[in-house]
Design a protein around this ligand. Structure first.
Ligand code: G3I
Length: 485
């Protein structure tokens, strides 16, 4: 990890983040306590900081209205990337008409939780208003420079870094054609970097892209570009590896790839980590995700100059994945109820902590959702369900037993299943069952929230039927698909 970050973190985090000092990027000293509910050494941020690193997340303006989300974001993470609020379509939706309100809200949240900010992003072909993409060629450079200057000046001293140019490459390593490339050729990148440096000399300036985590044609192209920029004296400080992975597909060359960039004297950041899988999530995929998170974090920690890891979004409920990849989800370290998953535990372990130790997001005293929400079983989670149906002409009774076959206790459960067509629940016991038909969820009552490792819980319901008296199917326990038996 970068020496300057180590130094800064030794002196305390917090406001230091907003006063990036001098050309070396040393953070001004300011001493803060640990996060709102965080005992020292128990959170991702504390563990990362102890290693001279950081752990970040992406937060959107809407996310700020979600108290369960902000409780986790503000205690577990010490870096924030605005999900959308610093993109061109938000900050300059019409020419020279700037709106920094949404981005300022993210910065304000970061400040109040002693977090730093990764500015994202100044120049990108996407989320770009049409007035820019339809500009006459001769006007593009001036518009780009004005945008970079105005935005970087507004956030001067408030952001740790800027993704100055985002996603400039095609998969084959050629530069993507965009309004900027079409108007200025490859020189738009150096121009954007120089313009950003002039506006905010202390922000770390990054190029950021996806599918450049391992050694491949696209990362080769990024390597050649940043080598060339450095040799020309263009201000470039870092390369962002987005790291949008599919379970089991973290490239084996990731560490070597990080090393070759840092060997150029550049920082590397993992900027948008997530790890998607088909949903409902299987226990095997959740376990693989835990392995993947540990691999990514270890790859970064192993290389001096890999400054930190950021996840894209806080929990599965606010991840971009289900909207972009049909049938996929469960991509983050937190489940739909902001309870930590196995990947959280593996992240803690990779950061040198003790997995399973109470964290602010899962301890009853600090989590707004933990007292009532189910917690996802940790690594090795698995479940087995048995059903028993007795029926008569228009009614039936079904009893369901769920066994926790994972290695750890479950504290709070939610069992999802599908009722055959025509069945409508009329009453239930040992659980709240809702809705009455179709895909339903049975949730624990206060007296039966815990299922020890190897233990079982039973609940049941009466239902009306129209002829189909089959048992329910498609069971999952806290998001983990169960076997029947
Ligand atoms: O704001 C409009 C809203 O008015 C409209 O009703 C709604 C209907 O679809 O769309 C809203 O805009 C959405 C926007 O997010 C804000 O929520 C866009 O449709 C949606 O496409 C956009 O998605 C963002 C995506 O970038 C766009 O490429 C995601 O939230 C954001 O997480 C994602 O982030 C990117 C990084 O910036 C770069 N790397 C990849 C990463 C994931 O795609």
């Amino acid at each position: 990890m970068a020496a300057q970050l180590r130094a800064a973190n030794r002196r305390g985090r917090a406001l230091a983040a907003f006063a990036v000092a001098a050309a070396g990027g040393l953070l001004a000293a300011a001493t803060f306590g640990s996060g709102p509910a965080g005992a020292a050494g128990t959170t991702l941020r504390d563990l990362a900081e102890a290693k001279g690193s950081y752990f970040g997340t992406a937060v959107t303006q809407n996310d700020l209205n979600n108290s369960a989300l902000t409780a986790v974001a503000g205690t577990q993470f010490d870096m924030v990337t605005p999900g959308n609020e610093m993109k061109w379509d938000t900050t300059e939706s019409s020419a020279n008409n700037f709106n920094f309100g949404p981005g300022d809200k993210i910065v304000s949240f970061a400040k109040s939780h002693s977090m730093r900010v990764r500015g994202h992003t100044l120049v990108w072909h996407s989320q770009l208003p049409s007035w820019v993409s339809s500009l006459p060629t001769a006007q593009v450079q001036a518009a780009m420079e004005n945008h970079v200057t105005t935005q970087a000046t507004h956030y001067k001293g408030q952001v740790y870094s800027w993704d100055v140019v985002n996603e400039p490459f095609n998969e084959d390593g050629s530069l993507r054609t965009s309004v900027f490339y079409n108007a200025m050729g490859s020189g738009y990148i150096a121009d954007a970097l120089r313009t950003a440096r002039a506006a905010d000399p202390n922000a770390k300036l990054y190029l950021n892209d996806y599918n450049i985590e391992g050694v491949n044609a696209k990362s080769d192209a990024m390597y050649q570009l940043v080598s060339s920029l450095k040799s020309q004296g263009v201000p470039i400080d870092g390369v962002g590896l987005e790291a949008h992975f599919i379970v089991g597909q973290v490239p084996s060359t990731m560490k070597a790839n990080i090393q070759r960039f840092t060997a150029l004297g550049l920082d590397v950041a993992i900027t948008e980590l997530d790890d998607r899988m088909q949903v409902p999530a299987s226990a095997a995929n959740l376990a693989q995700q835990a392995t993947d998170y540990a691999t990514v974090i270890s790859n970064c920690l192993a290389v001096s100059g890999c400054v930190g890891v950021s996840q894209w979004g806080v929990g599965d409920a606010d991840s971009w994945i289900p909207g972009a990849f049909s049938g996929y989800g469960a991509a983050t370290m937190y489940d739909d109820n902001y309870q930590p998953k196995a990947s959280y535990n593996s992240a803690v372990t990779a950061l040198g902590g003790t997995a399973g130790s109470p964290s602010p997001s899962s301890s009853p005293s600090s989590s707004p959702s933990s007292s009532s929400s189910p917690s996802t079983p940790p690594s090795g989670a698995a479940c087995k369900v048995s059903t028993q149906v007795s029926s008569w002409n228009t009614g039936l009774t079904e009893n369901i037993t769920v066994t926790n076959t994972g290695g750890s206790a479950v504290n709070g459960w939610s069992v999802k299943f599908t009722l055959p067509g025509g069945q409508t629940v009329s009453s239930a016991w040992n659980a709240t069952v809702s809705p009455a038909s179709g895909q339903v969820t049975a949730t624990n009552l206060t007296y039966n929230a815990a299922i020890p490792a190897g233990g079982s819980t039973s609940f049941g319901f009466n239902a009306n039927h129209t002829g189909n008296t089959a048992a329910a199917t498609g069971f999952s326990l806290n998001g983990v698909a169960c076997s029947i038996g």
